[in-house]
Design a protein around this ligand. Structure first.
Ligand code: BGC
Length: 391
């Protein structure tokens, strides 16, 4: 029975034109195993998929808009490729629906994000696993994801590995929560890299952003921290490099950079993300770590909004940035991607909530905002109105 369905889908897939307007094909329609060559830029061959989860969030948002011209531009956001966050064990279930309509010429972006003691230097995205639950991370989170990727050998996947985790070990090592999490982060990321090292997968390890590991004093330790974990994992060949600016706000090549007039600017030569991936990329190379990058441009259209470079929560006045593309003009930058699904919150502004983080109460943070990951309709509409290029 299953084989018959596959054969019919194969025939339908063969007839459909490979354009966005064609019916989306099921993964079963892709007839041969995918082998991604991580020594090349896979985004020049595959298009980042507009996954069904974000599509549905956007469609619900469109339904809630009454202004007809805003409604029309909002509906276009549903077609933008973005990463799907598997942020809890329960949310691994999102995988099946997302892979079901993946065309053969697209790559599904997934964020691996459930480390023990997650978000050790902040509160907004504290996760479900305690710092000492490394075994559960391996067996109940990573292993099931590996099984799903293996069950879909004909589909291509791009993974962002554990946003903020290793950068926090570099710059927030003095916090008790980060001290507690250190061994689980290092062991967990290495386990993820080793286990997810499959032919149909390409991996990018999170490397913060220019305003984080881009400081002169952080470049070398940052590169060495990533390289240590990568080597502990056995230098997996499907690791292509790093992901930067994930859920971040930095401009790609604004010059002079957004914070270049700050009093401490002389200690940071990475005033935009392009400079950051060049300089951090060089440090990675020295440390023996792959150094190609993908950069989140999902919400970086408007600059000059943050009072401090380190402010990260629901920045008020932000706009959707450049759409995913492999045309970056920089050899080290494989692609601009939408990492953070624009419209999902960075953290709650409810001061009474357990995961309330003071950064979400700062004057440059949009209020009210729901819990991290939850939809904020007003924020979505703001991103849309401020989008560059416009929708
Ligand atoms: C949240 C996750 C969410 C992700 C994408 C993170 O800040 O902690 O729950 O999936 O953002 O919106």
């Amino acid at each position: 029975m299953k084989a018959e369905i596959a054969a019919v889908l194969l025939a339908a897939g063969a007839l459909a034109a490979p354009s966005d307007k064609a019916p989306r094909k099921a993964a079963a329609a892709c007839s041969s195993a995918v082998t991604l060559d991580a020594s090349t830029n896979v985004f020049s061959k595959y298009k980042l998929h507009a996954n069904s989860f974000y599509r549905k969030e956007v469609e619900a948002a469109v339904a809630a808009i009454s202004d007809s011209s805003l409604k029309a531009s909002a509906s276009k956001v549903a077609d933008v490729g973005s990463f799907l966050w598997l942020d809890t064990i329960a949310n691994i279930a999102k995988f099946d629906e997302a892979v079901a309509d993946l065309p053969c010429e697209n790559i599904l972006g997934l964020v691996i994000y459930d480390l023990p003691g997650r978000d050790c230097a902040a509160k907004a995205s504290n996760g479900e696993l305690k710092y000492n639950e490394i075994s559960k991370y391996k067996s109940s989170y990573i292993d099931p994801i590996v099984a799903k990727l293996k069950a879909n050998p004909n589909s291509a996947f791009a993974l962002i590995i554990e946003p903020d985790s290793l950068p926090n070990l570099v710059t927030n090592a003095d916090l008790q929560t980060c001290k507690d999490s250190k061994s689980a982060y290092e062991e967990g990321v290495a386990y993820a890299l080793k286990s997810l090292n499959l032919p149909n997968v390409v991996m990018y390890i999170d490397a913060g952003h220019g305003g984080w590991l881009g400081w002169d004093a952080n470049l070398k330790p940052g590169a060495e921290q990533l390289a240590k974990v990568y080597k502990n994992a056995g230098s997996p060949k499907q690791v292509r490099g790093i992901a930067t600016n994930i859920a971040g706000w930095n401009a790609w090549d604004l010059s002079p950079g957004e914070f270049s007039t700050a009093s401490d600017a002389k200690y940071n030569a990475c005033q935009n993300e392009k400079l950051y991936i060049q300089k951090f990329g060089a440090a990675l190379k020295t440390a023996g770590h792959p150094n190609h990058a993908i950069v989140d441009t999902g919400r970086n259209a408007v600059t000059g909004l943050r009072e401090e470079w380190g402010n990260w929560c629901n920045v008020d006045g932000a706009g959707f940035g450049v759409r995913p593309t492999s045309s970056t003009g920089e050899e080290l930058a494989d692609a601009f991607v939408w990492g953070k699904p624009g419209g999902e919150s960075d953290g709650t502004s409810d001061t009474g909530a357990t995961r309330y983080d003071s950064f979400c109460g700062k004057s440059d943070a949009y209020k009210p905002s729901p819990e991290a990951g939850e939809w904020n309709q007003a924020y979505f509409e703001m991103l849309l109105k401020n989008a560059k290029p416009a929708f």
